[in-house]
Design a protein around this ligand. Sequence first.
Ligand code: 3PG
Length: 324
Amino acid sequence: MTGVSQQPAPLASFKKIRSMKILVATEKPFAPAAVEQIREVTEAAGHELVLLEKYSDASELHAAVADADALIVRSDKVTASVVEAAKNLKIVVRAGAGYDNLDLDACTAKGVVAMNTPGQNSNAVAELVFQMMLYNARNGFKGKAGTELRGKSIGIHAFGWVGKNVARIARGFEMNLFGFDPFADESEMRDAGVEPCGSAEELYSKCQYISLHIPANEKTVKSVNRQLLMSMPAGATLVNTARKEVIDEDGLVDVMKERDDFSYLSDIAPDNRALLEENFPGRFIFTDKKMGAQTKEANINAGVAAARQIADFFATGNEQYRVN
Ligand code: 3PG
């Protein structure tokens, strides 16, 4: 398979230019070591770093971004009103993969470049997939006999950065790997030991485990529905480290009612968490905050990549990783 992270531009390539104010706004902060390295990159490029961490209200972000030239965020919502409040903003980088939290139209309308940092946190997310699968397969380590991953089928729904890392780890567990991604190169999947499926329907009907890696957009929201989930083989387990919005939550409730062999493991709770936990105890894992990318290594990789991309954009106009 190909590498698992992009190569950031070398620091030496940054030219000295006017000092810019770079705001890191993270409701869920980066690890301190990541902030330190983001500061090093920023200051080495001649810019000023400002931090807004653990804020509880969007008004704090509006105030902090007012004089920022650049903005680094995680899942923080960069709405039209944030862009409006940011009178000097030239670039926003989502330090991570999914950029459904950025209002791209608002950015484009204001001439603000929007980027992400693909691949930088993908190993951390893939490791969480297996942490949740193992915990669930062993019934929470409470003494009851569980099951093994070896020999089970896993369907990788979208073969991007995280999907590729999931495939790499699943091979180590000797699972049978299947994948569906209409945008992926089938030969790349085969090289990674993944048998390509022609449709989501085929993937779900073949796999006891499904690991979701599709983005949340107008085509995918609520697309993981009752019909797909009902078609999964016995002992079905849906693992969602993507976005809660891609699940049809009413359909999920139906599936839980109709199948007592079905588990849902999700990095971030669904909107109907209380209902599910009350009616189907022991068949879920929900994180309280999104934890997939929350490792020191992923924070450093994604945060430093974001800072380098901004410094490089100001120095050379490089717009690689632009998403709008
Ligand atoms: C991503 O899209 O990169 C992940 O969902 C991680 O999001 P986070 O940075 O908010 O943890």
